[in-house]
Design a protein around this ligand. Sequence first.
Ligand code: ADP
Length: 258
Amino acid sequence: MTLTAGCDVGSLTAKAVIMRDGRIIGAQVVKSRAKPEISAKEAMAGALTAARVALEDVAACVGTGYGREKIPFVKEVVSEIACHAKGAKWLVSSARTVIDIGGQDCKAMRIDEHGEVIKFITNDKCASGTGRFLDVMARVLGISVDELGRLSAGAKQPVTLASTCTVWAQADVIKYLNSGIAVADIGAGINIAMANRVAILANSVKAEHDVCMTGGVAKNNGVVQTLAQLLGRRITVPRKADPQLAGAIGAAIIAGQL
Ligand code: ADP
């Protein structure tokens, strides 16, 4: 009946998970604040409340994410790559390739049957190919990221964005909007541009079956489906729990092994 916890403080959201005997009993996703320690405390408070336990009851908590060094209540901090790999393996046990797209980075990794990382590559140098690209574009279109993800399904003639650079692509989107092109076609074009960037990363680790997608962008069906076409492989989006929780889940699993 050991309780463990994981806390993943990302650039846009902070996530906390409480696990008991390999099952999630409480979880919370909150928007990241300027101070990572505050985001971590908010996420953990929500997860503990959902699990109906107190922090003192938790045997060990592992921290991860870009703000991990600032989380006050962790026993250890572990790299995002290791936590996301373990979390993805728990979410989709057959996963051998994991594509995680968060707010500020994109990771592609190959993992073994134990959720250990074999090979990985990260893009954290440029907004294109990250959730930030989609957030900026959704704002220009005046819709939510949630709606942007659904637009691809209704598109007839997706537009082509001349540049994947976030700044130039934004100018393209405004141009298309002003010329009266359907929002669905613009949205689909944005999702395609995003998928194109991510496919380059996924191909560089030689994506193998089964491919699983995690991180907030896994909730964008337009990106997921386009990426699946580009890779020529089915992509599994976890159903067992919110794909955005992958890093925190992995951290809670690793906490159980300390
Ligand atoms: P981080 O860990 O870097 O903070 P997340 O994994 O929380 O990032 O992912 C944040 C990104 O997820 C956002 O930039 C947004 O584009 C995307 N996202 C979050 N929720 C949704 C949703 N419901 N539909 C589509 N995209 C989403």
